[in-house]
Design a protein around this ligand. Structure first.
Ligand code: COA
Length: 361
């Protein structure tokens, strides 16, 4: 289908592969299940960046550099922070990122890697009338993000957030990664490329879905009849958030990874009481979708359990896409560097189907 570029191969990449028929995600030679819950986000950043920067330091050193970058970005943007909470949280983050230098170096990349993780908690706190908590350069990245949000971070939640960031770090040529590569192909700087990715991620058909998942769960609970609510949404031409995918024809493997994380968190956090209910809604949605869209295999995607995990971690639903960006930014930068290295401008063609000028007059 021309409008959605289905089945078009627009780039060669060593970064990740999405096997839509088998339901597997490979990231630089590792299966998702090898990485998620086992590698820290900083280690996965190194995995993705390997070969795309001269003199990339080892895991430990790179993680230290990520910590220092958090402090640098906080200090650099602090004077402007007070202006940003007037915007909605995603736009505020994006505006803050737009203030960063637009270069191509490792230092530029590390500033971009940490910017969503630094800006999101600071803006949330300012929006609540609280002072931002400055980053701690020595802390683990996910742990520090939670600490900047709430003042403390439980090890269980920090581990859950770290697993989430790894799970969403890269995912083939999704819409935001493609947008990032298009801008990178013009040899604009990395900040420009990341801003393109951020724009694409925002939409509810892509990274904007997990917030609406929470709204859907609340609305279904209030209605008291999941199947009827879901059937009615589809009859109104609405999409069920957290279900369906352009590439996966089977269950998104990231959904299972995140569901297991939510289950491990248990009932200590708000989401504990939600999980069992969410599972019944998931079952109802899969059955309703099977009947309503028999021509399409529509399964649970990553966003359904993302919503529960990020809610448990203490993020409000308005900020879920910000946290998605905090993970995906690693993949965006690696793809931008990979695209820059080809030296080729991405410039496809369109087929003109509009009126032709009257040449006789
Ligand atoms: N709920 C209801 N119907 C859905 C659906 C969903 N979540 N996902 C796909 N469909 C239906 C479409 O309505 C369409 O039906 P039709 O043929 O009767 O018109 C059919 O499936 C094909 O839709 P299309 O948009 O071509 O599929 P796609 O593969 O491009 O869609 C998404 C991928 C992600 C855009 C789509 O599944 C979606 O909108 N999901 C909900 C949002 C979401 O969770 N996004 C996060 C993705 S990780």
């Amino acid at each position: 289908m021309a409008n959605g570029l289905d089945d078009v191969v627009a780039a060669e990449t060593v970064l990740s592969d999405v096997d839509g028929a088998g339901g597997h995600l490979t990231i630089r030679g590792h299966s998702l299940t090898e990485l998620a819950g086992h590698w820290r986000y900083g280690q996965v950043v190194r995995l993705l960046f390997d070969g795309f920067f001269d003199e990339l330091p080892g895991d430990g050193e790179l993680e230290k550099a990520i910590g220092s970058a958090r402090v640098e970005v906080f200090e650099r943007l602090q004077p402007m922070l007070a202006e940003l909470p007037a915007l909605e949280i995603y736009s505020g983050m994006r505006a803050g990122i737009a203030l960063l230098p637009d270069g191509d170096s490792l230092a530029d990349s590390l500033r971009l890697i940490v910017a969503p993780a630094v800006l999101t908690p600071a803006l949330l706190r300012l929006g609540r009338g609280e002072k931002p908590v400055p980053p701690d350069a020595r802390a683990d990245h996910a742990n520090d993000m939670l600490r900047m949000l709430s003042g403390t971070a439980s090890p269980a939640l920090a581990k859950a957030l770290d697993t989430y960031l790894v799970t969403v770090c890269d995912h083939g040529l999704n819409a935001s990664t493609f947008a990032t590569r298009v801008v990178a192909s013009t040899q604009a700087g990395l900040t420009s490329a990341i801003l393109a990715g951020l724009g694409a991620l925002k939409g509810p058909l892509h990274g904007g879905a997990p917030g609406p998942v929470i709204e859907m769960l609340d609305a279904i609970e209030a209605s008291g009849d999941a199947a009827a609510w879901l059937r009615n949404e589809i009859a109104r031409g609405e999409r069920i958030m957290g279900f369906g995918h352009r590439i996966y024809r089977v269950r998104d493997p990231r959904a299972d990874v995140l569901k297991a994380v939510v289950r491990r968190l248990g009932t200590r956090y708000k989401t504990g009481s939600r999980l069992a209910y969410a599972e019944t809604v998931e079952q109802a949605a899969l059955e309703v979708l099977k009947v309503a869209k028999p021509q399409r295999s529509i399964e649970t995607n990553v966003e359904f359990y993302t919503a529960l995990l990020l809610e448990a971690a203490g993020f409000p639903k308005e900020a879920f896409s910000n946290v998605f960006a905090a993970g995906r930014v690693a993949g965006w930068i690696a793809h931008a560097r990979e695209q820059q290295a080809t030296g080729r401008l991405i410039r496809p063609q369109s087929r003109y189907v509009g009126p032709v000028p009257d040449l006789v007059a």
